[in-house]
Design a protein around this ligand. Structure first.
Ligand code: S3P
Length: 450
């Protein structure tokens, strides 16, 4: 599939986006461990999340999907059965790393494989702590890359200080901790997204949040089956939020969006860059806050994004880099070396594509320096198999002269099935719906960390 993008008319729109990817993975896994049937609504039926669903099925869990975004997960009280064959995680690192934690608690052996891109991605970050807990894990690829062979067993709780702020690492350890003796604690250099902790609590698993970004779980607990409604994914909404923010006078409402504060750093950065943002939390009944965000675009100015902000907007950096190209002055992104080991090397991919559109950009080891405001030139761009690169540069195309073509963009289905239809709405004045304003709180500009 190709995305053909032309300059957007004035944005005056109201949208919803598909369910949150991170929360969908976790809801399915924890429901599968529970003691009964759980109905999950708002589930993201993306390629990545379906890898997790199919892996759970291969491990003996009955999962019905009466609608694309609805799952009935028949939890089996933590009992999983050996899969008949290896489990294919496709391109989903979340599936592989979270399953590595889960399978570390099982006495049988499982082999986890992935596609060519996933086979390049580092797994030492989960192998090391899971081995410390007692799991037997072999990485068959060079430098601890997939495939993984995992045989779990009697795990012991550990106190692990993670060298990186990664929700996937934290989650793998916490899931293994459910099967370990005693207490398992994870400490991170900066707080990463906290969906696993929240979801465990929602399913009545006791966790403890300590000071300095530590979280602990106690072993030998069975999640209590419950239904759950997954909010829209703020990382998917981010593409449209940036598009509206970068268009002076642009106006966008996103409804039913997840507003977990470990995921909303993007909003404070957009305000810092010159947009006006309001948010209203409408529902916190189910641990994950959801609500509405309203963005009014302004002329944007460059900013510095670094430090503890990075893990809280890691997936939004490609589209924030596009915002940087449209902003006046320089935008600097630092401490984002994790971008080099995502679905592709996102630092290199962003620099390459921004240059392709005529932007002056310097690639740093751990980030980018982007000189705006650039008159973007439409171009034929690759997305390197990376959904967020494809979508970020589709947004760039909405601001470019001439046509932008994103080649081989089917990867958008990894996180945002239907992206191409929403993109059409932003390009077509006829289909953009009018919106009513929200009464919410003005989001303050996030200060740049010293
Ligand atoms: C995710 C965590 C982040 C993020 C990824 C999803 C998760 O990765 O980039 O898209 O669901 O836990 P890291 O944990 O590697 O930072």
């Amino acid at each position: 599939m190709e995305l053909r993008v032309k300059r957007a008319p004035r944005i005056e729109a109201e949208i919803t986006v598909p369910g949150d990817k991170s929360i969908s993975h976790r809801a399915a896994i924890i429901a599968a461990l529970s003691n009964g049937v759980c109905v999950l609504r708002g589930f993201l039926p993306s390629d990545d999340c379906m890898r997790t669903v199919n892996a759970l099925r291969a491990l003996g869990i009955h999962i019905e999907q009466p609608e694309p975004d609805m799952l009935l997960v028949h939890g089996k009280k933590r009992v999983l059965t050996p899969p008949e064959q290896e489990i294919d995680c496709g391109g989903s690192a979340t599936t592989m790393r979270l399953l590595a934690g889960l399978l570390s608690g099982q006495t049988f052996e499982t082999r986890l494989v992935g596609n060519a891109a996933l086979t390049q991605r580092p797994m030492a970050r989960v192998i090391e702590p899971l081995r410390k807990m007692g799991a037997d894990i072999v990485a068959e690829g060079p430098e601890q890359t997939p495939p993984l062979r995992i045989r779990g067993g009697a795990l012991r709780g550990i106190n692990y200080r993670s060298p990186i702020a990664s929700a996937q690492v934290k989650s793998a350890i916490l899931l293994a901790g459910l099967f370990a003796k005693g207490k398992t604690t994870v400490d991170e250099p900066f707080a990463s997204r906290n969906h696993t902790e929240l979801m465990l609590n929602y399913f009545l698993i006791r966790t403890v949040k300590g000071e300095d970004d530590t979280v602990s779980v106690f072993g030998d607990q069975v999640p209590e089956s419950r239904d759950f409604m997954i909010p829209g994914d703020i990382s998917s909404a981010a593409f449209w939020l940036v598009a509206a923010a970068a268009q002076p006078g642009g106006h966008l409402l996103v409804r039913n969006i997840g507003l977990n504060d470990t995921r909303t750093a993007l909003l404070g950065v957009l305000v810092r860059m010159g947009a006006q943002v309001r948010e209203a939390v409408e529902d916190v009944d189910q641990v994950e806050p959801r609500g509405v965000v309203e963005v009014t675009g302004g002329p944007l100015k460059g900013t510095v994004i670094h430090g503890k902000e990075i893990p809280q907007l890691i997936d939004e950096l490609p589209v924030l880099a596009v915002a940087g190209a449209l902003a006046s002055g320089t935008t600097i992104i630092r401490h984002a070396q994790e971008l080099r080991v995502k679905e592709t090397d996102r630092i290199a991919a962003i620099a390459h594509n921004l240059r392709g559109m005529g932007v002056q950009v310097i690639e740093l080891n751990d980030g980018l320096e982007i000189h705006g405001p650039a008159p973007l030139r439409g171009a034929k761009l690759a997305c390197f198999g990376d959904h967020r690169i494809a979508m970020a540069f589709a947004v760039a195309g909405l601001f470019a002269d001439g046509e932008t073509i994103i080649q081989d963009a089917e990867c958008v289905r990894d996180s945002y099935p239907g992206f191409e239809n929403d993109l059409e709405e932003f390009m077509s004045p006829r289909r953009v719906r009018s919106s009513t304003p929200v009464i919410g709180t003005l989001v303050p500009a996030a200060p740049v960390e010293e």
